[in-house]
Design a binder for this molecule. Sequence first.
Ligand SMILES: [Zn+2]
Length: 159
Amino acid sequence: MRIYEESRGKYRTTRKSAGCDFCDKEVIRDQQVKQLEGEYWRVFACKYPYMDGNLMIMPKRHIKDVDKFTSAEWEEFGEVLIKTKHLLGHLFKTKSFNVMLQIGPNSGGSIRHLHWMIIPRPKKKNLSGWNIYNNFYFVTLSYKELLKKIDNHYKTKKS
Ligand SMILES: [Zn+2]
């Protein structure tokens, strides 16, 4: 088993520009999960995952707080969240998830463009509080491998 030791801190210091990564066309092309996308929402494979299967749901508009969404965006968010949850549940064989959102400059998020983290929690990796508080995670799947896994899923589904 390969173990990734990705440093999320590195992400903060190696970013290319002061602009928003999630509005950057190159980043979008590199990380997006087209099959889950809606009219108002994108889904990305997280480049520096907290755990295997870490996806992110974010608005296409550059929005920093939840009170800026239209009711059409909220409605579609529900659909995209459910689709994303179903896919991850299928791929990682679980009914358990973490859905996380950080709002505002003191919340700890590294990118202000609002994004929900969606993380599947299979039983064997159901870490205890001790693990979480000590930043002790094993990530075995890179974001590219996750994107490939998702692509394969949709390819085999169609045939
Ligand atoms: Zn943005």
